[in-house]
Ligand binder design. Structure first.
Ligand SMILES: CC(C)(COP(=O)(O)OP(=O)(O)OC[C@H]1O[C@@H](n2cnc3c(N)ncnc32)[C@H](O)[C@@H]1OP(=O)(O)O)[C@@H](O)C(=O)NCCC(=O)NCCS
Length: 175
């Protein structure tokens, strides 16, 4: 089996759309990705990744630039969302692979930290911890252990307590 991790381009976007819809069994997350791509303040093509298995798209992940608001201060931070593995390929280690390899790529490129809202039983294996550790809050009520953060550079989140302000596309797309 040939597995390839790449930054997708226009030619992949329709297939990615199908992949995300299949993973979530609804359209909202695919629509979110389409909208985020149009916002150059938050989207960087080098922060979108796709895994092809024998040339078939099987996993996708997007990181975007968002902001932690701390009074008058604004800190830039990456948010990982959404993460999608095609249902036919789930529970075979592909999700672990795309998350591990892309976090390493971000660390290599000197990004400092990543936030994620997701399954508390899944993300801690990659080093994510409850964001309450750094007093970073979600902008809406969430189960405490579902909102998590990872320092790619140790200490990078110290003194960055505050409230995450997602890019507006998150509020207008995903219920
Ligand atoms: C969550 C997801 C990305 C995991 O990818 P994957 O390729 O299936 O995961 P892997 O095979 O690498 O790892 C499997 C592990 O993920 C865990 N996992 C998968 N789906 C999960 C879920 N919904 N809740 C909690 N854990 C989950 C499994 O329990 C398994 O854990 P184990 O190793 O302790 O048994 C994938 O299942 C998916 O795309 N789901 C639908 C979309 C989604 O929920 N995205 C994430 C939003 S936070």
């Amino acid at each position: 089996m040939s597995i390839q991790l790449l930054n997708p381009t226009d030619e992949h976007f329709e297939l990615i759309d199908d992949l995300i819809q299949a993973a979530f069994d609804r359209k909202a997350e695919a629509e979110l990705v389409r909208k985020l791509r149009l916002n150059s303040n938050v989207y960087d093509p080098l922060l979108e990744y796709l895994i092809l298995s024998n040339n078939t798209p099987v996993a996708h992940i997007l990181y975007t630039h968002n902001r932690i608001i701390q009074g008058d201060f604004v800190h830039s931070v990456l948010v990982m969302a959404p993460v999608s593995v095609h249902p036919a390929f789930q529970r075979q280690g592909i999700g672990t692979r795309i998350i591990t390899e892309t976090l390493q790529d971000l660390a290599d490129r000197n990004y400092e930290a990543v936030l994620v809202l997701g399954h508390a039983g899944f993300y801690p294996r990659f080093g994510f911890q409850s964001s309450t550790l750094w007093q970073i809050e979600a902008p809406f009520p969430v189960p405490e252990d579902a909102f998590m953060a990872l320092e790619l550079r140790p200490g990078s989140l110290s003194n960055k307590s505050g409230v995450l302000q997602y890019a507006e596309e998150f509020y207008s797309t995903v219920a």
